[in-house]
Design a protein around this ligand. Structure first.
Ligand SMILES: Cc1cc2nc3c(=O)[nH]c(=O)nc-3n(C[C@H](O)[C@H](O)[C@H](O)COP(=O)(O)O)c2cc1C
Length: 184
């Protein structure tokens, strides 16, 4: 395939294992640009991107999610987390948390930004996995304290997160059903 962007879109997959290799400051700067370049409804730009790279905060995040999932009592979530060895961010050296001021289009804006990050990461030779599970850390009974600890501005809520790093495992992209496209 000639088109590099399409190559990245078609080869991206969710990678659930990362090496210890840290990202460089140049790589992190490029990922910040990719996040900020995401379009938002009416150009409101009301989402915030929390780049978590310190070992201490990555560990805190993992623990807060783990405790939030357990506190939720949601058996399906608890089982899914256990099936992944209790790992939620998979040891990635960067987790970007996208938080938003609640609005009709906030989830759409966040979805666009997280995919921008995933494709940008892939184009830089990095891997990623989009993460909904961290919601448990911020929506739990201790969620307000977690939001404060992770720098959410007042009134902002968790939207989505993404782990990014050098993959230590491989996974084929998902398959799809062509009939999900409706031609008129
Ligand atoms: C909104 C959203 C939330 C997701 N949350 C998680 C998650 O918390 N943990 C995880 O391991 N994967 C998560 N995923 C990854 C999906 O499981 C994955 O994208 C899907 O199985 C398709 O596989 P692929 O990304 O490898 O093509 C999430 C994906 C999306 C789009």
């Amino acid at each position: 395939m000639e088109n590099d962007v399409l190559k990245m879109i078609l080869s991206r997959s969710s990678i659930r294992g990362y090496s210890d290799q840290k990202l460089t400051s140049d790589e992190i700067a490029l990922l910040k640009k990719a996040a900020l370049a995401s379009p938002t409804a009416m150009n409101r730009q009301e989402q915030r991107f929390i780049f978590v790279t310190s070992d201490a905060m990555l560990e805190r995040l993992e623990k807060a999610i783990f405790e939030g999932v357990l506190a939720s009592g949601n058996e399906a979530f608890i089982e899914r987390m256990k099936s992944r060895g209790g790992k939620v961010t998979y040891g990635a050296p960067l987790v970007v948390i996208i938080c938003s001021k609640p609005s009709h289009f906030a989830p759409v804006d966040a979805g666009i930004a997280v995919e921008n990050l995933a494709i940008a990461a892939k184009s830089m030779g990095l891997e990623s996995v989009i993460l909904g599970m961290p919601a448990s850390a911020f929506n739990s009974p201790s969620g307000d304290a977690a939001k404060k600890e992770f720098g959410f501005p007042d009134g902002y809520e968790f939207s989505i997160a993404i782990s990014i790093g050098h993959g230590s495992v491989e996974k084929e992209p998902h398959t799809w059903d062509e009939s999900h496209v409706i031609d008129l």
